[in-house]
Design a protein around this ligand. Structure first.
Ligand SMILES: Cc1cc2nc3c(=O)[nH]c(=O)nc-3n(C[C@H](O)[C@H](O)[C@H](O)COP(=O)(O)OP(=O)(O)OC[C@H]3O[C@@H](n4cnc5c(N)ncnc54)[C@H](O)[C@@H]3O)c2cc1C
Length: 350
């Protein structure tokens, strides 16, 4: 088995580590144009606040990532996974009522808990309906994660900075630039919409923007959340995010997103900020909000590992492992992530 992974963002990195751990021969090509994994806030949030329910597959994803990321930190000798709980400030009475229901539900006891008076909501938070804690395992510092993992794979001779050239790919003979591989796995993030083998899949890309701000008053030991998040970064700044804009692949920061984020921040925090940076990225999101994993309908060596959407840092480690077992042990993929779900409706054999 010899695998070529195209794309060295979060998805390609998780595949790389999974293959390395299992002794699979692989190489990663990365074009050096990352517009999502590096920009992400990297927050691991086990709750979906809109409906006040647990995130999809959270019970399996969280224990998996809790073991995966520290093991990579140790392997590559870099720290990027930082524990932080999330303080959710409620938006409405209805949200508070739903929260209280969950507090009495045993299924949620690993994820949320009520406040006690020993740690009251800070004065600067606008807190009309009360708040509660989410036991998040923390967040990944995305810049450190991408930079250090790419450096690790490059130093090991496992990653090359190069854009995949479709003209030099022979999917029938299973060669790229005349070199033979058994599997080609495309993990190009939003660039998949230009991939001749997978552009038929129903990507619904979403641009996202985050601000970096300075504020010495805010607490550095928690993530504050309502309408936006305020996340303490390692360099003493805070990230405010993030926006959602559909139908664009323009990854440049916009004045509109900055205004929107500052307005949302103003509804959560009464303490002025100075903006020190603004970044934008494109999330590889999918019509049904599930990853896109599996084999091309007609090409037996061509695979995709993509569609990690808004929660890539939760999903990618677990599903990299699932893809490995699919390739090596023939273990079926979860039907909710397998791209076979789109063969009939979206694959046009023209
Ligand atoms: C503003 C913002 C905030 C976010 N916040 C969070 C968060 O808090 N928590 C969370 O879990 N997720 C978050 N995400 C989502 C997360 O970033 C994505 O799910 C994840 O990073 C997707 O990773 P990927 O590797 O699939 O894609 P990408 O990060 O896009 O990586 C694709 C890689 O493929 C390479 N590539 C593309 N085409 C080619 C080619 N032809 N040849 C070679 N290489 C190629 C690129 O150089 C790139 O490095 C956020 C995203 C954004 C934009």
């Amino acid at each position: 088995m010899k695998v070529l992974i195209i794309g060295g963002g979060l998805s390609g990195i998780c595949l790389g580590h999974t293959f390395l751990n299992k002794g699979v021969d692989f190489k990663i090509l990365d074009a050096g144009i990352n517009h999502s994994s590096k920009i992400a806030a990297g927050m691991i949030n086990p709750m979906v606040f809109r409906k006040m329910v647990k995130t999809w597959k959270g019970d399996e994803l969280i224990p998996f990532l809790n073991a995966f990321y520290p093991s990579i930190e140790e392997k590559i000798g870099a720290k990027f996974f930082f524990p932080r709980k999330i303080r959710r400030v409620f938006s409405t009475q209805d949200e508070l009522d739903k929260w209280n229901q969950r507090l009495n539900d045993k299924d949620y006891e690993d994820y949320i808990y009520a406040f006690d008076d020993s740690d009251p909501t800070p004065e600067y938070a606008i807190n009309e309906f009360g708040s509660g804690w989410v036991k998040s395992p923390g967040y990944i510092d995305a810049k450190i994660f991408v930079r250090e993992n790419q450096r690790y794979f490059i130093n090991k001779g496992k990653m090359i900075t190069e854009s995949f050239d479709f003209g030099k790919f022979d999917s029938d003979n299973k060669t790229y630039k005349d070199e033979k591989y058994t599997h080609f796995i495309f993990s190009e993030g939003y660039k998949a919409v230009e991939n001749p083998y997978f552009k038929y899949l129903p990507f619904v890309l979403t641009k996202g923007e985050v601000l970096s701000i300075k504020n010495d008053e805010l607490r550095k030991d928690e993530i504050l959340n309502r309408k936006c998040f305020v996340l303490p970064a390692q360099d003493g700044s805070f990230k405010i995010g993030s926006t959602f804009e559909w139908n664009t692949t323009d990854a440049s920061p916009s004045e509109g997103a900055k205004e929107q984020l500052l307005e949302q921040y103003g509804l959560l925090v009464r303490s002025p900020v100075s903006v020190i940076d603004q970044e934008a990225g494109i999330r590889p999101t999918v019509a049904d909000r599930r990853p896109l994993i599996g084999i091309h309908p007609e090409k037996e060596s061509v695979y995709i590992f993509n569609g990690m959407g808004t929660k890539g840092y939760m999903l990618a480690p677990y599903f990299a492992n699932e893809l490995y077992h699919y390739l090596v042990n023939d273990t079926p993929l979860n039907t909710e992530v397998d791209i076979k779900r789109f063969y009939r409706k979206h694959y046009n054999k023209a």
